[in-house]
Design a protein around this ligand. Structure first.
Ligand code: PLP
Length: 225
């Protein structure tokens, strides 16, 4: 099989289109976030040339180096990793979106930093649907209150919710976690619209359950070393 990013991207796009057809969804409702952690700059550039427009990074320092090499305007940059409050300034400088906001202190600091920079930051509230202690995210019960508080911050543009289900070999087992996130979004309502869920192993199930942003690394770039 052709291992180029271009060929891998074509296969991922075909799978997204096929699942959208099955699920009766418009493929334009599903945006692909190409997860580039540990991927070399040359290979990311290959991806951008193949048409990747949204890049997801997990670590501030790694992302900072790549953004310096590729240019801030080369793609829309999404932060998807764990974010400590003391790194909020860097995140507000470097990124267009942050998927992993899970507490009010972090949101307030991102808001303040974005304000200083005269910009608005798109964010998602990360929800720990499974309750696994190893995972970031607010609890299902606390999400509504956090959404209400974040909605009042001037420099954040609250787009929706994000989750990471437990890892399963069988993607169907992740489905209930995706469905719970969709139900929570629907119960809270506006301004929540986006659902960031699904990775290489389970993005099709996530799309069937309503994902609007899928975060895909391995399927686009091959296994990480
Ligand atoms: C690494 C990562 C992904 C992508 O995982 P793949 O299985 O390589 O597609 C998605 N989301 C988050 C938060 C990640 O850390």
């Amino acid at each position: 099989m052709d291992d180029s990013v271009n060929a891998r991207l074509n296969r991922v796009q075909e799978r997204i289109q096929a699942v959208c057809r099955r699920a009766g969804r418009n493929p334009s409702e599903v945006r692909l976030v190409a997860v580039t952690k540990t991927v070399a700059v040359d290979r990311i550039r290959e991806g951008i040339e193949a048409g990747l427009g949204i890049l997801g990074e997990n670590y501030i320092q790694e992302a900072s180096d790549k953004i310096a090499a590729l240019g801030a305007g080369a793609a829309q940059w999404h932060f998807i990793g764990r974010l400590q409050t003391n790194k909020a300034r860097h995140a507000a400088v470097l990124f267009d979106w942050v998927h992993s906001v899970d507490n009010l202190k972090l949101a307030q600091e991102l808001d303040r930093r974005a304000g200083v920079l005269g910009r608005r930051l798109a964010i998602l509230v990360q929800v720990n649907v499974s309750g696994e202690t190893s995972k970031g995210g607010t609890t299902l019960d606390d999400t509504r209150a956090l959404v209400d508080r974040i909605g009042r911050l001037d420099h954040l543009d609250l787009k929706g919710l994000m989750t990471m289900p437990p890892f399963f070999d069988d993607p169907d087992r992740a489905r209930p976690f995706f469905a719970s996130l969709r139900e929570l979004r629907d119960a809270i309502g506006p301004p929540l619209a986006d659902l960031s869920m699904g990775m290489s192993g389970d993005f099709e199930a996530a799309i069937e359950e309503g994902a609007t942003l899928v975060r895909v690394g391995t399927a686009l770039f091959g296994p990480r070393s």
